[in-house]
Design a protein around this ligand. Structure first.
Ligand code: NA7
Length: 541
């Protein structure tokens, strides 16, 4: 199809939120089309097929809630699904609900222009496809825009190189190869132990060590599955009502300082043995807010690393010491630290001695040269905003979104950007995004947006926007929520610090998914406070 068809709604991205958006918005009786860059569904779980890729939230809850038959019938083989199982699930959902017919694959949107006379978006894609739509639902992912650092000489490299999020479908054979891996965030930490098993040699180039906890992944226990399936409705209700859109059974202890050092140690040992990463971070109530409490827990984890890595000098290099635990996304691993006990794995500190260039035969740091056949970039993403700004979005007066966001993203409720009418972001900056369980939070956001679109259509309106004053107010709420936490104390992608030149702003609403829902809902019920329409619209909900 190459014509410039007109739709009511264009959805960008067929990841988990985009798929649900097709299902949900289709029910409004509007015409819609979804454009997807990949040649299959699944979004993040389509692209990130690097060795070891696995979700860090239990699959029984990291899944859709919108259909009881689906959640009862689907079987998750493992607690924490590998990429292939998540992709298979996305494909099943696309087929089961007849979503595929609405999707055009291999259609990467690279231009979104709002025509203010028509109140319509003009969409163009890299493959030449064009279309127009009244509304855009941008479900294009928080972690989609890859970050390949601009090391000089990459184009001269005679071996192969890959970014982990654009991994070849057929895999990469490492047998007999000297592999270099740059980056030790969640991705690098998952990939290292798997690559180490088959590569002749693996050199890991680490700029900042990460806190990582054992994943304890295992085959799904039938009793555990049954407990979920017998109680899905109640558990989903609990998830929709809590701060992380997650189900958490574990007890949370009070402040670290309410316990003696012996009690603390016992609690932490129990948590280390039984709670995977994200739950471990909830062991005590003040790990995320008090630096003193955080230091106790961080030191406990450093001691665990020292116990896992045989060479004390390597262990010390692997101990994170420059930021609080949890201030960057906590990692979960299966044998990461143990991989450094292998003879074929070497750790190189590129904080002290940065990478100077990629050479035809490998990589050169300021102090050493490394011959490599394959370089793996586990260097992360231009997170949260990158997938939006890379689409070349222009709104009222031809203003470019990049220009609008020069000092950091501004949004109203994480959905709307003033001057960019009829454009709704899912998991946009200023929403709970990656700090809530993204499938559940995405379902809620899609429902909310579908409600706004339905209200617009019922009232015969042409334009929904917000005003800079309301963005300013919402940004203050976002900043204020982050101000109570330790998140600002790390140079993470949460604050854009991983991308040179990106303004340092905490981009995620951390006041809780429950509070976020409440704030969005009350703004609508308060007569659509903060929303600007082409003509007044009554508070119908
Ligand atoms: P992350 O968490 O952004 O990690 C990227 C890693 O790459 C991190 O260790 C970076 O070091 C490193 N990096 C980035 N640029 C460079 C340069 N120029 N030189 C050396 N090292 C570099 O991305 P992931 O893909 O691991 O994880 C993203 C999310 O996916 C994760 O948080 C989960 O939510 C799932 P740095 O720490 O910046 O010093």
């Amino acid at each position: 199809m190459t014509g410039s068809e007109e739709y009511d709604v264009v959805i960008v991205g067929a990841g988990f939120s985009g798929l649900y958006a097709i299902h949900r918005i289709r029910r409004l009786g509007l015409s819609l089309r979804c454009f997807e860059a990949g040649d299959g569904v699944g979004g993040t779980w389509y692209w990130n097929r690097y060795p070891g890729a696995r979700v860090d939230i239990e699959s029984m809850q990291y899944s859709y809630s919108f259909d009881e038959g689906l959640q009862q019938e689907w079987k998750w083989p493992e607690y924490f699904s590998p990429q292939a199982d998540l992709e298979a699930y996305a494909n099943h959902v696309a087929d089961r609900f007849g979503l595929r017919e609405h999707i055009e694959f291999e259609t990467r949107v690279n231009r979104l222009r709002f025509d203010e006379a028509e109140n319509r978006w003009h969409i163009a894609a890299e493959n030449g496809r064009t279309a127009t739509a009244k509304y855009i639902v941008a479900a294009c992912g928080s972690l989609d825009a890859t970050n390949v650092p601009a090391f000089p000489g990459l184009d001269t490299f005679r071996g192969q190189w890959f970014h982990t999020s654009k991994w070849p479908k057929d895999g990469v054979p490492f047998e007999g190869k000297r592999v270099g891996l740059i980056g030790t965030g969640s991705t690098g930490i998952q990939a290292v132990p798997v690559i180490a098993k088959t590569a002749e040699h693996l050199t890991v180039f680490q700029r900042t060590p990460a806190y990582s906890l054992p994943a304890y992944n295992r085959a799904t226990d039938p009793e555990y599955e049954q407990a979920w399936k017998a109680n899905y409705q109640d558990r989903r209700t609990a998830m929709f009502g809590n701060f992380a859109a997650s189900y958490m059974e574990n007890e949370q202890y009070r402040s670290v300082f309410d316990y003696t050092p012996e009690e603390r140690l016992r609690i932490l040992e129990e948590a280390w043995a039984a709670r995977n990463g994200l739950l471990f971070m909830r062991t005590f109530s003040d790990i995320g807010t008090s630096l003193e409490a955080n230091t106790v827990v961080a030191e406990f984890v450093r001691d665990k690393i020292r116990g896992l890595v045989k060479d004390p000098a390597v262990a010390e290099m692997l101990c994170p010491k420059t930021y609080p635990i949890g201030a960057k996304r906590i990692c979960m691993d299966t044998g990461y630290f143990e991989a450094y006990n292998r003879d074929n794995v070497k750790l190189v500190d590129v904080r002290a001695n940065p990478i100077a260039e990629i050479t035809p035969t490998g990589l050169r740091t300021t102090t050493g040269e490394y011959d490599l056949d394959i370089i793996v970039f586990a260097t992360g993403f231009d997170a949260v905003t990158g997938s939006m700004t890379r689409m070349n979005v222009t709104g009222l007066g031809g203003r470019d979104l990049r220009d609008k966001w020069t000092d950091g993203p501004t949004t109203y409720l994480g959905f709307l950007v003033a001057g960019f009418p009829n454009l709704f972001m899912i998991h946009g900056p200023g929403s709970p995004g990656v700090l809530a369980q993204m499938i559940t939070a995405g379902e809620w956001q899609v429902d909310f947006v579908a409600g706004l679109i339905a209200d617009m259509e019922a009232a015969g309106r042409h334009r929904i926007d917000t005003a800079p004053e309301w963005e300013r107010r919402w940004n203050l709420e976002v900043e204020e929520a982050a101000g109570h936490t330790l998140y600002n104390k790390a140079d993470s992608w949460y604050v854009g610090a991983n991308i040179p030149g990106k303004p340092r702003v905490f981009m995620i609403y951390i006041g809780g998914f429950d509070r976020y829902k409440q704030r969005c809902t009350e703004q609508v019920t308060n007569g659509y406070e903060g929303f600007v329409f082409d003509a007044p619209i009554g508070a119908s909900r």
